[in-house]
Design a protein around this ligand. Structure first.
Ligand SMILES: *Cc1c(COP(=O)(O)O)cnc(C)c1O
Length: 407
């Protein structure tokens, strides 16, 4: 074993020894990244087809984001919400203008934005809709992923997310995803909200039938129920629109955002909603020490500006079509389905050919980093700044990898 390989082995062994084993990372040690490319500790280059689950939509180390980060960090970073800052207002004003919503609660991680949405929906149900105290119900979809808090995993349909972590909070009911009739049938007088992802990411990039969100919108209006969308992964350009719900021309009552909102450098999330929902929060009833800190707000605003000014949303739409066409054209016997929207595509691998994990490991050896979701789906979700030629290169490597595995 050469010296460099020994360093890699050490890094993996050390992480393995001291870090909880709540993930199963690929055996690569990332030491540096720029744009859509990452380098390991031995200087080998990989194309990032994963974008940290969409946290890195702007690419690694975007120069404008880094400039904001450094400038703001040297001015002021964290003051808590005990005081006003000159950064929070401009950030949230921009966010509300983009979403067409009226106000926002700044948080840090995605799960916190979802927790905030759940609190807002329940309180709205009790205080505005008139649901009896502690009886508000929220309808969620089978196959959902909304984060890892105990409340949220309590309504997950993935056994691994739940096993041993109960008892779980009541007040949620699960309905098959993509089935509008089943959702409407589940609505009862105590239903405060429907909470869904417009496209289910962790479930394997599952795109619901055309018109699903429009039907949810209509039934929410009919039954006085809030439509809350979790666009933590699908939002901010990933699907070729600013928000995935814009593909159906609807507007939600509440929207959870995160991941790319932090410009790829820090956790920034928000729950954005219409006025009567956001007004459920009053001094003292909700909060976060770090939420909305001036560093996060400055970075968040720059992230939104970069997405807009660099045309990354349009780029995602255009390159996404290209990626989808090319993946579909591979027509490889190992591929059972290709689905997605924008630069967000799931490739379903025939389990008789190989596990998706094995394909990701082989892809890594060909210089492309991605990650399986569940046992059978490989996700391709490069930073939106990726060059067309680099995208083509990744797809060529994917075809090559599948052929090498077949041989
Ligand atoms: C990642 C994700 C979350 C959770 O975000 P964290 O920042 O990991 O807490 C919630 N919802 C969706 C759809 C996600 O993809």
């Amino acid at each position: 074993m050469d010296m460099h390989a020994a360093i890699t082995t050490d890094a993996i062994a050390m992480q393995d020894r001291w870090c909880a084993h709540n993930y199963k990372p690929l055996p690569v040690v990332i030491a540096r990244a720029e744009g859509a490319w990452m380098w390991d500790d031995q200087g080998r280059r990989y194309l990032d087809m994963m974008s940290a689950y969409s946290a890195v939509n702007l690419g690694h180390g975007h120069p404008r984001v880094l400039r904001t980060l450094i400038e703001q960090a040297s001015r002021v970073c964290v003051v808590s919400r005990a005081f006003h800052t000159d950064r929070l207002g401009p950030f949230l004003a921009r966010l509300c203008a983009l979403t067409g919503l009226d106000g926002a609660v700044p948080m840090n991680t995605g799960a916190e934005a979802v927790e905030t949405a759940i609190k807002a929906a329940r309180r709205w149900g009790h205080k505005v809709k008139g649901i009896p105290a502690n009886h508000a119900q929220i309808l969620v979809a089978e196959g959902n992923f909304h984060g890892r808090t105990t409340t949220i995993v309590g309504f997950s349909s993935e056994p691994a997310y739940r096993d041993g972590f109960g008892p779980f909070a009541p007040g949620f009911r699960t309905v098959p995803y993509g089935d509008a009739a089943a959702m409407e049938a589940a609505i009862c007088p105590n239903t405060a909200a429907i909470l869904v992802e417009p496209i289910q990411g962790e479930a394997g990039i599952v795109v619901p039938p055309e018109g699903y969100l429009r039907l949810l919108r209509e039934m929410c209006d009919r039954h006085n129920v809030l439509l809350i969308l979790d666009e933590i992964q699908s939002g901010l350009g990933r699907t070729g629109k600013w928000f995935a719900h814009q593909h159906e021309g609807i507007r939600p009552d509440g929207l959870c955002l995160g991941k790319a909102l932090g410009g790829g450098v820090m956790p920034v999330s928000a729950f954005v909603a219409r006025r009567d929902v956001i007004d459920m929060f009053v001094p003292g009833n909700h909060g976060s020490t770090f939420g909305g800190n001036p560093l996060a707000a400055a970075v968040g605003l720059t992230a939104l500006e970069v997405l807009e000014e660099e045309g990354l949303v349009e780029r995602s739409a255009e390159l996404g079509l290209h990626m989808m066409d090319r993946l579909a054209a591979l027509a490889h016997p190992a591929i059972r389905a290709v689905r997605g929207r924008g630069l967000w595509v799931g490739v379903e691998i025939d389990p008789g050919f190989a596990r998706a994990r094995a394909v990701c490991e082989a892809l890594m050896a060909h210089g492309v980093l991605s990650k399986e979701t569940h046992e059978t789906v490989i996700r391709f979700a490069p930073p939106l700044v990726i060059d067309r030629a680099d995208l083509d290169w990744a797809i060529d490597r994917f075809a090559e990898t599948l052929d090498a595995m077949r041989a």
